[in-house]
Design a binder for this molecule. Structure first.
Ligand code: 5GP
Length: 114
């Protein structure tokens, strides 16, 4: 059996986290090292390592996640303006290999990102 990812342990309540939203398919938690006043991680419960590992079987899950973004942003009181980020692969900055969408808000973001 493969070891649980960090986020599976959070989903299974083995590691504590500040949960802002949860349903059958996903969970949204506060990032432990926030890069903005609001920094949420929206995580599918299915432990897909990274976005590029998704296939047609994940269509519904991906659409669910992206439709949840606005709802989570609203819950976190940043409905108007937020930055999404998905790191795909180590050289893109991915550290936790369980797909997640960063939802950040509450400050001005620059473009291009670093
Ligand atoms: P990545 O670099 O993989 O795109 O993002 C992983 C994110 O998970 C980072 O922003 C990091 O701060 C966050 N993180 C790492 N460990 C924990 C943890 O134990 N709890 C929470 N809530 N976030 C974590």
């Amino acid at each position: 059996m493969t070891e649980k990812t960090l986020f599976e342990k959070i989903i299974d309540r083995e590691i504590p986290a500040d949960i802002v939203y949860e349903d059958d398919l996903c969970i949204a938690i506060e990032d432990i090292n926030p890069q903005a006043p609001i920094h949420i991680l929206l995580i599918p419960k299915k432990p897909i390592p990274k976005l590029s590992d998704c296939d047609n079987n994940d269509k519904e899950l991906l659409s669910h996640l992206f439709l949840k973004v606005s709802e989570v942003a609203e819950l976190c009181k940043i409905p108007e303006s937020f930055r999404l980020n998905i790191n795909n692969g180590a050289s893109a900055g991915q550290e936790v290999f369980h797909l997640h969408i960063h939802i950040m808000g509450g400050r001005k973001f620059n473009w291009p990102p670093g």
